[in-house]
Design a protein around this ligand. Structure first.
Ligand code: HEM
Length: 496
């Protein structure tokens, strides 16, 4: 029995006549990663380059996954034939919890209705209002750096992932939970501690996550939950109490809580959202605030950290960006950067696009096939059959580093995204925020936060190599997070 179970689905791609990466007994496709022999990025890149053609097979732990390689096919699945591929793959089995009830994991009509409910929170108008809340947090971060700098001119070395994580926590606490926490000054606040525990899996957390994914039924039987009850109760109480307090005291604020209160009919509704959808349960509402942690915290702080590292490694790019920042800073007479100014900085846009090409931190985007599907390549006439229940996956990291799509892929070159060059980029080959109706709902939010962050840092500091910098950047195999060996160390030299 164990032998049969350990080899379950190993012939999946043989039967389909699709080339595939052979899985290991019991552990499927993740053995090298569990044993820390490879990083996830390395495994994805190697596979992408090894296979040719439209698609190949791989195993995500024990599940067969069809890896899509061809930009045309990816566009067809993610955009044009989205109706066959509405849902993501199930990550965890188990009872309803804060993760399983969030937009990321919702399915079919429930997903559609929740996406419609949340979309107004991410429009240009709302972003403009949320920008003010973001700036408050960015200012706290800049004060922290100033204090660290002291009077010396040489500056100081900083592990920037810790710094960007604290900043992102502050932004999420404010924009999603309506909370004012200064994670720089008050380093041990309860919100920060609890949230960090949830997202920043320690070794035991990582083991629990793997166990629940590889042995979902056993985990359910043994009542091994990814989030303990105490933790879920804290966030449920936090959001529901805030809503009650605001309703009683008639408080409005440009954040997620406000939008969800509208959706629940607790306050007057600007967007007539309530009329369009069902009654959401308390769990479903709180899960949408919580999803900022899963969907936003790690990618946002990750991209900010990689951006600083890249600017440090490419001083010419850094100087060119500084010139653009300085020009705008002069026009603003040193006042705070605005939403409009950030949208009119072409070089900033090119730099951020290129950092996201090199470091598409979400790495992959998944869909589950919900109706049988056949694709025929218009070029080669090759056919690919995808059946209901199959999982398909596009590897952004593979496509973004494929020299056929981006020559010299390991070099940071913002010119790829210049006005004249960017139209040459195929959008099935570049999609750091995913593609189609199920793409990242927070992409504008993310771009805004990253650009405001870079503006402030580059205006005040020159980024240089420190004694502890990992250069060339080598990802740490010991963690599932994207982090260089020894951390993201950078020397901050004050410009003024
Ligand atoms: C640089 C930062 C970010 C990156 C690179 C990123 C990337 C992605 C990617 C690749 C997906 C999957 C898209 C697909 O399947 O086609 C996604 C989904 C999602 N992201 Fe982001 N994201 C970022 C920041 C954020 C932020 C700040 C938020 C919230 C404010 C957010 C909320 C979401 C949500 C809710 C989904 C699921 C959407 C759905 O299923 O309808 N993300 N993100």
């Amino acid at each position: 029995f164990v032998y049969r179970w350990g080899k379950k689905d190993h012939d999946f791609f043989v039967k389909r006549n699709i080339p595939y990466e052979k899985p290991a007994f019991i552990f499927g496709g993740s053995l090298d990663i569990i044993l820390r022999r490879k990083t996830v990025v390395q495994a994805l890149l190697e596979m992408h380059m090894k296979y040719k053609g439209m698609a190949y097979g791989a195993f995500d732990n024990r599940r067969p996954v069809l890896m899509l390689r061809d930009p045309q096919l990816i566009k067809q699945i993610m955009i044009k034939d989205f109706d066959h591929f509405v849902n993501r793959s199930d990550m965890f089995e188990g009872d309803e919890n804060l993760f399983s009830s969030s937009l990321i994991t919702m399915k079919d009509d429930t997903w559609r209705e929740m996406r419609n409910t949340l979309s107004p929170a991410f429009t240009g108008r709302k972003m403009r209002q949320m920008f003010e809340l973001m700036l408050e947090k960015q200012n706290e971060a800049m004060i922290y750096l100033k204090d660290k700098q002291g009077k010396g001119e040489d500056g100081f070395a900083l592990e920037v992932k810790d710094f960007t994580t604290r900043l992102t926590h502050g932004i999420i606490a404010s924009t999603a939970f309506g909370l004012q926490v200064n994670s720089f000054r008050d380093e041990d606040n309860e919100f920060y501690r609890r949230a960090k525990k949830a997202v920043n899996f320690d070794s035991l957390g990582q083991l629990k996550a793997f166990f629940t994914i590889i042995f979902p039924k056993l985990a359910k039987l043994l009542k091994i939950e990814l989030f303990d009850k105490d933790f879920s109760d804290y966030f449920m109480r936090l959001v529901l109490d805030t809503m009650k307090y605001r309703a009683e005291n008639n408080i409005r604020r440009a954040d997620m809580i406000d939008l969800l209160m509208e959706a629940k009919g607790m306050i007057p509704n600007e967007n007539s959202i309530k009329a369009q959808h069902r009654e959401w349960s308390d769990l479903q509402v709180v899960a949408q605030c919580f999803l900022f942690f899963f969907a936003a915290l790690e990618p946002l702080s990750g991209v900010m950290s990689f951006a600083l590292h890249e600017l440090m490694e490419y001083p010419d790019v850094q100087e060119k960006l500084y010139e653009e920042v300085q020009e705008n800073n002069d026009q603003l007479e040193g006042k705070q950067v605005t939403y409009d100014v950030l949208h009119k900085m072409p070089y900033m846009d090119m730099v951020v696009s290129e950092v996201l090409r090199k470091w598409p931190v979400a790495l992959v985007a998944d869909r589950t096939c919900t109706k049988d599907y056949v694709y025929e390549s218009p070029v080669t006439k090759e056919r690919l059959e995808i059946r209901k229940g199959d999982i398909v996956r596009a590897s952004m990291v593979g496509l973004h580093h494929d020299p056929n799509n981006f020559p010299d892929p390991d070099t940071l070159n913002p010119e790829r995204f210049s006005e004249e060059n960017k139209s040459l980029i195929e959008n099935g080959a570049y999609f750091p925020f995913g593609l189609g109706p199920r793409n990242c709902i927070g992409n504008r939010f993310a771009l805004l936060a990253i650009k405001a962050f870079l503006y402030n840092i580059i205006r005040d500091y020159r980024l240089e190599v420190s004694d502890k910098t990992c250069l060339p950047l080598e990802l740490d195999k010991k963690t599932f997070q994207l982090r260089p060996v020894g951390g993201f160390w950078i020397q901050f030299k004050p410009r003024h």
